[in-house]
Design a protein around this ligand. Structure first.
Ligand code: ZN
Length: 316
């Protein structure tokens, strides 16, 4: 009886997979809700965090948008054109104004692979020159990776690069809204840019800022500059913090992240200098910092391992 059931179930689940793939390919499945965060500022929050998978269909990062007098600015476009089509529909539920500007916070695939959806209607795409270099280098491989690990759910993605390149911190007026672009100096990854709305005291952090999850240390990031940038943001005293992953939060999370990273970083450096092995350093850090920070993040225990490992490697 059991055997027979199994024989029936396997083909059925395969069929379900095939059916779902065809649904994803025509994109009727991304139904995003919009969270208003302030006057004319909205977030589209991805429930998933971490690697793209068949379950999350590659949608693992947030997008945010600002409705200006002259059109819409979108901050990060998601990890595929299919995701970006969902983002566009979500924007449409709020305003009929066209998307005229796109900002890519950095070069990681989940923040810019939706660019094509907005480039087709002539949006100006803004990112840093340093991010563009990495986009060109890593983009094609990342498309294949996203398609493979989501079992095709990300569909076909055309890589559209930014057209306006920032090279240093600068202010701009976009559709009547004052905006300042702040550089992390490669804190999370080469060419990260954050966007600050000084009047509303809102910071768009990309992956430099966090809410529910611990800061992620990446092999091509610069930990000192990440900590410095988080401190720069803390001094701005933001009212609202919009991270690349996780729920919108407040300036308190920024101070928490700066303190945590500074503590972990100095303990890893000291432990390495003393010749202690990585796993011992990690245990010491978990014991000392766990009681303070475990309740403040969703993933302290797994992320502290990742942080210590990445920071330890940077000592070698
Ligand atoms: Zn990233």
């Amino acid at each position: 009886m059991l055997k027979a059931c199994k024989q029936i179930l396997i083909p059925l689940s395969l069929m379900a997979l095939m059916f779902n793939n065809s649904v994803w390919a025509t994109n009727t499945d991304f139904d995003f809700s919009v969270t208003p965060v302030a006057d004319n500022v909205y977030s589209i929050i991805a429930p998933a965090y971490g690697l793209p998978s068949p379950e999350n269909k590659g949608w693992n990062s947030n997008s945010h948008f600002v409705v200006t007098e002259e059109g819409v600015l979108v901050f990060d476009t998601g990890s595929s054109e299919l995701v970006a089509q969902g983002i566009r529909r979500a924007i449409k539920s709020v305003t009929n104004k066209p998307v005229r500007w796109v900002v890519n916070s950095h070069s990681h695939a989940d923040h810019w692979f939706g660019n094509a959806e907005f480039a087709d209607t002539g949006a100006e795409i803004i990112a840093t020159a340093a991010a563009l270099t990495i986009m060109k280098q890593d983009g094609p491989g990342a498309v294949e990776f996203f398609s493979r690990v989501t079992e095709g759910a990300t569909g076909t993605t055309r890589l559209i690069h930014p057209t306006t390149l920032l090279t240093q911190r600068e202010k701009r007026n976009i559709g009547g809204v004052e905006v300042e672009f702040i550089f992390s100096n490669d804190g999370h990854s080469p060419g990260d840019v954050l966007m600050w709305l000084p009047k509303q005291k809102i910071i768009f952090g990309g992956d430099v800022l966090n809410s529910d999850w611990m800061p992620m240390i990446i092999y091509h990031g610069n930990v000192d500059n990440l900590i410095n940038t988080i401190n720069v943001v803390a001094k701005l005293n933001p009212t609202i913090v919009l991270p690349g992953h996780g729920k919108p939060t407040t300036g308190k999370s920024v101070i928490r992240d700066a303190d945590l990273l500074a503590a972990v970083w100095s303990m890893v450096k000291a432990g390495y200098k003393a010749g202690n092995p990585q796993d011992e350093i990690q245990k010491q850090i978990s014991t000392k910092l766990g009681p303070i920070y475990r309740p403040l993040y969703k993933n302290f225990d797994s992320a502290i391992k990742q942080q210590v490992e990445a920071m330890y490697k940077k000592q070698q």
